[in-house]
Design a binder for this molecule. Structure first.
Ligand code: ATP
Length: 257
């Protein structure tokens, strides 16, 4: 069985979401009693259909709920023992949590190198140089294009840049929001390889994905969310062997209901 030697079950988790409920405005309940955990050194995937609540969890963890009109109505979020519930994005980044956004939000008018420097804004200049060398080592395609405007990169390269920019803050926990969205199979594989390489460096990862095949090939464990509730959880092996999961992720179970 595939066991991640760096994961430390039983230690202080990289992320612990407990009984979290979130609303947008008064009427929309987006999450109800959601609990999930990423142990230190683990890659954990959160899978679900459109509208299931994946981005809402990301926003709650990274402090971006208020700018989206959402609020936490119950539950707690902690990272390495520190409460993050309701804290500002700035506080959360400083605590070592970084994210890449769905839709590859990079600065199109800045070069690859400048985008990476923005990602390292909270670090000391000497650290920025070392981190940039690490990121360019991880993504050689970016190294070749470091002087190019980011807006002229291909979709896959932009995704790698978004990923690299998040790594520039040297996070302890990286939250990846649909990093393979719209990418060719070859680039999906490249993103999967990068996630594995990041785990090897000791960074914990929460991977939000609709592509279950990719997600379960790199993750240690996974959760399936439906209509704002965790519907299923297990090791990647258990979930890969679960025919019901495939039906649910294709939306077939909903059609039959
Ligand atoms: P997708 O894969 O399509 O991005 P998701 O799983 O990330 O979907 P969320 O974006 O978290 O789902 O949405 C969960 C629910 O909350 C949905 O019913 C959605 O319509 C609602 N929602 C999300 N953002 C807002 C918002 N800013 N204001 C009001 N409702 C919202």
């Amino acid at each position: 069985m595939h066991v991640n030697p760096r994961a430390t079950p039983g230690g202080t988790p990289a992320l612990e979401v407990s009984n979290l409920s979130v609303r947008y405005g008064k009427a929309i309940s987006a999450l109800a009693d959601v609990s999930l955990r990423v142990d230190a050194g683990e890659v954990v995937t959160l899978m679900g259909l459109n509208g299931a609540g994946k981005s809402t969890i990301v926003r709650a963890v990274t402090g971006l709920l208020p700018v989206n009109g959402g609020s936490i109505t119950a539950g707690t979020i902690t990272s390495y023992g520190t409460a993050l519930t309701g804290r500002s994005p700035r506080y959360i980044v400083r605590h070592g949590v970084a994210q890449t956004m769905e839709g590859r939000r990079i600065f199109a008018g800045l070069t690859v190198q400048q985008n990476l420097e923005v990602g390292g804004a909270t670090r000391r200049p000497a650290d920025v140089r070392a981190l940039q060398a690490e990121v360019l080592d991880l993504f050689p395609r970016l190294a070749k294009r470091r002087g190019q405007l980011a807006g002229l990169l291909s979709g896959g390269e932009q995704q790698m840049l978004a990923f690299g920019r998040a790594l520039m803050s040297s996070p302890r926990l990286l939250v990846l929001d649909e990093p393979t969205l719209g990418l060719s199979p070859k680039l999906v594989t490249a993103i999967g390889d990068a996630i594995s390489a990041i785990r090897e460096r000791g960074t914990s990862v929460l991977l939000i994905e609709q592509n279950a095949v990719m997600a379960l090939s790199v993750a240690d464990r996974g959760y399936l969310i439906e209509h704002g509730r965790i519907f299923r959880e297990g090791t990647a092996i258990e979930l890969r062997d679960d025919p019901e999961l495939e039906r649910r992720l294709l939306g077939l179970a909903e059609e039959a209901a």
